[in-house]
Structures are given as C-alpha cells and as structure tokens.
Ligand binder design. Structure first.
Ligand code: FES
Length: 114
C-alpha cells in the first residue's frame, strides 16, 4: 500500500483522553469523527486515523498527533493553542482541535498544486 499523506493518531487512553472533551468530543468521538470526515471527503487513501494510548500532554487532552508524511512535520493537537510544556516531550507547539475536523485535514494535507 502506498504511503499516506497523513497519519493521525488519536489517544483513546482511558486514563485521561476518554474523560477529557474538546467541543463535546472525547478521544473516542474524535477518532470516529475523523474517520468519518476522511471517508466523506474521499480521503481514505490519503489519511490514516489510528487509535493509540498516551502520547503525552494529557492536561491538554483529548490529544491527537498528525504526522505529515509528505513534509516530515508533525503537528500536535489538544485543547490549547500555543507553546506549552508537556511531559517527556518538553516545550511544544500545540494546536487547538478545530470544531470543523475537515479543516484539520485540509490544514495538514499538501498544498494543492494549481
Ligand atoms: S492519556 Fe491521552 S495523551 Fe495521555
């Protein structure tokens, strides 16, 4: 199978991210909704959404990380926006999970070639 443009891991660890909410959605809700949005937008071949256990930054959970395979960059998402300190990973730039998860996908896919 060809490499996807985005690999998204969504924390569904019951120690924190299943009981933390972003705009009414916990980690499990975000996992399911991201998969749904990717499918609705015909991006299943370009976007992989996978559940995971703790990826640190639980305080800002629910947490998810987006690996841009096309650029080598990784974006961290949670309930805060800006530079924060998280355990093990240190000082990182956190992005707030948008209400519109389609925007999260579009913000991380490669720019369209016109
Ligand atoms: S339990 Fe989800 S990031 Fe730690």
């Amino acid at each position: 199978m060809a490499q996807r443009d985005l690999n998204i891991i969504v924390c569904v660890d019951p120690r924190s991210c299943l009981s933390h909410y972003s705009r009414g959605r916990n980690g499990q809700d975000l996992l399911e909704k991201l998969r749904q949005v990717a499918q609705e937008e015909g991006l299943e071949d370009r976007v992989q959404v996978t559940p995971c256990r703790c990826i640190f930054g639980c305080t800002y959970g629910p947490r998810l990380d987006v690996a841009q395979r096309w650029s080598g960059e990784k974006a961290l998402y949670g309930t805060s926006q800006g530079r924060v300190n998280i355990s093990r990973r240190g000082r990182v730039d956190m992005n707030q999970i948008p209400a519109d998860l389609s925007k999260l996908l579009q913000d991380n896919l490669p720019p369209s070639q016109l």
